[in-house]
Design a protein around this ligand. Structure first.
Ligand code: BES
Ligand code: MN
Ligand code: MN
Length: 476
């Protein structure tokens, strides 16, 4: 399934590598932090920059799509062949906040290339991984002599992934017809390592909440009143303490109902990876592994749901002591979800569980954010073999399989467009997502370019051709 000579692809990439990296650096200079209102203009500038660059790349359509929040970018390059399958690539152009003071060695929005890596916020998550698609499609055309891609190529690059994709599902529903695709390729995940290339086959979902607990109307004397009125900080601590049992299983009733257990075949694929727990701990910057009994570390992170305390506070935190019963306490919790769990059922179960544990005299409020659903690639889909073949050609190695513990709105695309989701990412765990000194490995970034240069021809041959007049995603 290859009409693309590998040497022609490599030569094309070598010739255009410098300009490609300069362009990426320009984009990374735009601090498109979607979580900070003061950066709203930068997020817009980032969208406009990308739309311009996609037009320059050759996409006949590259538009900024408005949402009630940050703008997304949609681009489309129809194949000349009306029966060719349609692929939708997903990524995001917004980034996490970053400041020099957080421990960056250089300015986070001043990209620097050192030792074959480009350092900048967004280098790996996700601008680098969106950007490899630009040179990738050009290399595909140059090497095949085509003037349009072998598949109908669509890109949807959203602008609020790092703040929870608040308006993403509505956008996908609104534009369902233009987004219709036979497969979705998500380029917002990573690989096992630079020496063990892998395809991700699933992401977890997430539901997060804040819990406020209010006791006395103000801080009160702990000698005069303590021991005779309920203390909201104690209630917060009891909630946290009750969240897991002795096997580190989440105690919320119904939490594990209907979840997709790993099959033996999936457990074997995970066990095939060269996992070194000491090295993993160094990357995690943690000092011990810990978690649900009966599961390996990778199984815990990729395939098991969790409850995490992200923040806990209340009462006096300043220097010295202060003998009070505090007026209030607060918790921030998040739950990573796996296939089979419904975020709204988890929300209802958590609310009920909290309500049953808050004593009389403490007022409480549990507020959930917009959830992200879990998403799995169907392992028997032919497009997965195309991704594996294309990566195999680029890397010259056997491609193995991973999942990711993180979350993204991929499942919304899967549900609304009724299309399978595949993942194509080249980031590695040491890239420092959301951390200071985020970087992307340039050789891997160019392997991403090379993979897509092969992928579109492979998919065009591997996927069923669309009978003319039929729109992908529409009911048969
Ligand atoms: N690209 C990540 C998701 C990810 C994380 C994939 C780790 C692979 C490994 C994405 O940009 C992200 O950070 N997602 C957030 C979602 C949240 C902000 C709603 C996450 O997972 O915490
Ligand atoms: Mn991302
Ligand atoms: Mn992220």
């Amino acid at each position: 399934m290859s009409d693309t000579p590998d040497s022609a692809v490599r030569t094309y990439i070598d010739t255009h590598r410098a300009a490609f990296l300069d362009d990426l650096a320009d984009w990374l200079r735009i601090p498109s932090v979607s979580g900070r209102p003061e950066h709203a203009d930068d997020v817009r500038r980032s969208a406009e920059w990308l739309a311009g660059k996609l037009k320059e790349t050759g996409f006949p359509t590259a538009d900024v799509w408005e949402t009630p929040g940050a703008p997304a970018v949609f681009a489309e390059w129809p194949s000349g062949d009306p029966a060719a399958p349609t692929v939708l690539v997903y990524g995001h152009h917004d980034v996490q906040p970053a400041a020099l003071a957080d421990g960056w060695h250089t300015e986070p929005f001043e990209p620097v290339v050192r030792d074959g890596r480009m350092y900048a916020r967004g280098a790996a998550d996700d601008k680098g991984q969106v950007f490899f698609h630009t040179l990738g499609v050009r290399a595909h055309l140059a090497a095949t002599g085509r003037s349009a891609p072998a598949v109908n190529l669509k890109l949807l690059i959203e602008g609020e992934e790092e703040s929870g994709s608040t308006h993403f599902r509505d956008l996908v529903e609104r534009e369902r017809d233009r987004l219709a695709a036979d497969v979705v390729i998500v380029s917002d995940t990573g690989m096992w390592s630079g020496t063990t290339p892998t395809v991700c086959t699933g992401m977890r979902g997430i539901a997060d909440c804040e819990i406020d607990l209010h006791g006395p109307d103000q801080d009160i004397h702990s000698g005069a009143f303590g021991g005779a009125v309920p203390n909201p900080a104690t209630v917060a601590a009891r909630l946290v303490a009750a969240l897991h049992d002795a096997d580190e299983r989440v105690t919320i009733p119904g939490f594990y109902d209907n979840i997709a257990e790993l099959t033996d075949a999936e457990r074997e694929l995970i066990a095939e990876l060269p996992f070194d727990e000491a090295e993993w701990l160094r990357t995690a910057k943690s000092h011990a592994a810990f978690g649900e009994a009966g599961y390996s570390t990778l199984e815990r992170v990729w395939a098991r749901p969790t409850a995490e305390v992200n923040g806990i506070g209340g009462g006096y935190q300043g220097p010295g002591g202060k003998t009070i019963v505090p007026a209030s306490a607060h918790l921030k919790l998040s739950f990573r979800l796996v296939s089979g769990q419904d975020p709204y059922e988890v929300e209802a179960a958590v609310k009920e569980w909290v309500a049953a544990r808050v004593p009389e005299g403490i007022r409480h409020r549990v507020v959930f954010g917009a959830p992200t659903r879990p998403c799995l690639t169907p392992l028997d889909h032919p497009a997965l073999q195309s991704v594996v073949r294309a990566m195999g050609r680029a890397f010259g190695q056997k491609i193995r399989f991973t999942r990711e513990g993180g979350s993204g709105p991929a499942a919304d695309l899967q549900d609304v467009l009724d299309a399978p989701v595949l993942f194509l990412g080249i980031s590695v765990p040491s890239d420092g997502w959301h951390a200071p000194n985020e970087k992307v490995e340039l050789d891997l970034l160019l392997k991403g370019v090379e993979t897509t240069a092969y992928l579109w021809s492979d998919l065009a041959a591997a996927l069923p051709r669309t009978p003319s007049g039929e729109t992908p995603g529409s009911p048969a």
